[in-house]
Design a protein around this ligand. Sequence first.
Ligand SMILES: [Zn+2]
Length: 270
Amino acid sequence: MSKVKHKVKKIGTDTWMIEQYLLTSEAGAYLVAGKEKALLIDTGLALPGFVEAVSGLTDKPIEVLCTHAHADHIGANRFFGKIYLAEEERELLALQTTPAYLKKMLNDAIPAPLRFLLRKEMAGILQNTTAAGNYEYIRDGHVFDLGERQLEVIATPGHTHGSLCVLDRQNRWLFSADTVCDWGILLHLEQADPPEVYLESMERLRDLSASFDEIWPGHHQKPIDKSFLDEYINCARSIVEGTAVYGRRQNARYAKYGRVLITVPDGGTR
Ligand SMILES: [Zn+2]
């Protein structure tokens, strides 16, 4: 039985969700096609079969938008043409594609007993996840015109300095990557922003929420409804205002509110 699985699901006209599973890990990408070209939102982990699965879905040329530069969103970048990324992610891209850093991250993420079983996949991730590629750096408000279909980039710093969400006003969808999901948002990782910044991003998404009904995240349940925004806002506000009660997981603390949690760096002064 293969250790790598892909699940492709058509979620609307000319729109697909491509999920990759590697035993303990899971990553979601989305392919959105217009009349002239298609945009692949994130390329997931660099696992075999992904590029073929995506390429078979459309005959339009495919460009890539990375919502941020974490390794599980940029893995297959080098197999595609143009790659769009936020300007603020340059440094993180360099870090996440440094072989020694990537190797340590994989070792931390994959429990020792599974590493031997996944050695081929880990080698593939290390080999493929590089900074090579035709990058174009973009900013908030960038509009992708795919041919009778427009996608709008919303800068939502927090999880990383240059985290982006993508708004499809025609279909009333928000692609939210690691900025909104049904489980929790990580603000304890290297190059995350302080909770104040994430709170501002979430308030901005709430202000835009009359333009979308469903949220398609990068991980966990897909899609989710927009009522999660208020829970993240309340959770982030409790951290910012100093009223949060913290739990602990691995090397981070987390504050919980309703169905969601937000992690912050351990040893902080809050
Ligand atoms: Zn991430």
